[in-house]
Design a protein around this ligand. Structure first.
Ligand SMILES: [Ca+2]
Ligand SMILES: [Ca+2]
Ligand SMILES: [Ca+2]
Ligand SMILES: [Ca+2]
Length: 368
């Protein structure tokens, strides 16, 4: 058993008793540091300097005689102090879990932590300063919501994948994602740092908020697989039992649309644009959303653009405005088409280069 204190692996002898004699600790670029120490009735006090803004979790673990013991001896207080050395708060380590505190830091800010045994207790300990924020695809989102309704949105990339680096201090973290395809989603929870008795639940909820998978296995990693449907939203819950603090990695690999069962019922952006242009050509106006989606669905289900163009020309909207295209002369039809395109500049711009080819009303159907 060592009786020395180690800051990031360096033996510093014995950390000071109070704020005024605190051992200095420079946090790394992630605002993290690891200390292994020993107390024998004395206090160990450390001074931390933040490298950036964010929330840190200060965790005291591996207290001897606490883990697995029903008798809370020795008991140890973890105390924090602000940059002026003014006392902030304390947490007592008992039973299975060591104490932890959180602190919101500004870049360059200093704070102090004291390991303070009750009644001259002796124990080894680990003291970890960890970045306590959650990151979705590398973006700091603070803390993911603690319920389904406040779940953090996770955007999947074109491969259906996303990664989360998170942290819990006994609270739950919920994340929701929408699968773009039908198939099996695989969700990994890993890199948990647990005490011997720490346990995580890991749950998946469907779009109705019904729990569909529960993983209760112990260990440093867990995997959920589930058959998901395209365009449905699912929620993942990182659910530590008790007040354990831990960081974790969460990765999501969902099926993509190309792996879906009915790609034939999807049309591309250029096809949708063609239908929108048909509105301009056939009706002389910008499409309404409902009508555009109706014709996009018709086209996705096999109706050709030529037939759709004909439907526009036969519509009461066209007939009421310009007359029946089936009985109008070709000269009249061309005049109508020119009126439409000259009146509607975005459409006209698209068709201007080809206007000399307007020789018969059959052109409109051939054009598409
Ligand atoms: Ca010490
Ligand atoms: Ca000491
Ligand atoms: Ca969190
Ligand atoms: Ca949370």
């Amino acid at each position: 058993m060592t009786t020395h204190d180690y800051v990031n692996g360096v033996n510093i002898g014995d950390a000071g008793e109070s704020v005024s004699s605190a051992e200095p600790v420079t946090l790394d670029s992630n605002n993290e540091a690891t200390i292994t120490g020993h107390i024998a009735g004395d206090n160990d006090t450390y001074r931390f300097t933040s490298q950036r803004s964010g929330t840190v979790s200060i965790e005291l673990t591996d207290l001897e005689g606490l883990v697995g013991s029903s008798i809370p001896l020795p008991s140890v207080y973890l105390r924090s102090y602000d940059s002026n050395g003014d006392y902030l708060e304390k947490e007592l380590g008992i039973f299975s879990y060591g104490p932890y505190l959180t602190y919101n830091l500004n870049a360059g800010e200093t704070f102090f932590v004291k390991v303070d045994p009750v009644d001259f207790a002796s124990t080894n300990y680990n003291l970890s300063i960890r970045d306590a924020d959650d990151y979705v695809n590398g973006v700091n989102i603070g803390d993911a919501g603690d319920g389904i309704s406040s779940a953090e949105l996770v955007t999947l990339d074109s491969n259906g994948e996303a990664s989360v680096t998170g942290h819990t201090i006994g609270d739950d973290d919920y994340y929701r994602f929408t699968s773009s395809g039908d198939g099996t989603v695989t969700i990994d929870l890993s890199e948990l740092n647990l005490t011997a008795s720490g346990e995580f639940y890991f749950r998946l909820y469907d779009s109705n908020g019904i729990e569909v998978v529960e993983s209760t296995s112990r260990g440093e990693s867990k995997t959920i697989t589930y058959s998901v449907n395209a365009d449905e939203t699912y929620t993942v819950r990182v659910d530590p039992q008790g007040n354990i603090a831990s960081s974790y990695n969460l990765s999501i690999a969902a099926p993509t649309r190309s792996g879906g069962s009915n790609p034939g019922n999807e049309i591309g952006q250029s096809e949708a644009t063609n239908i929108a242009l048909l509105y301009g050509a056939g009706l002389g106006r910008v499409p309404d959303v409902g009508g555009l989606n109706f014709w996009i669905d018709q086209h996705a289900n096999g109706m050709s653009l030529g037939i759709i163009a004909g439907a526009f020309l036969d519509s009461s909207e066209f007939t009421n405005r310009y007359g029946d295209d089936d009985i109008m002369t070709s000269q009249r039809f061309l005049t109508v088409m020119y009126d439409i395109f000259w009146a509607d500049s975005p459409t006209r711009r698209v068709f201007l280069g080809g206007k000399r080819r307007w020789r018969s009303k059959g052109f409109l159907e051939k054009r598409f």
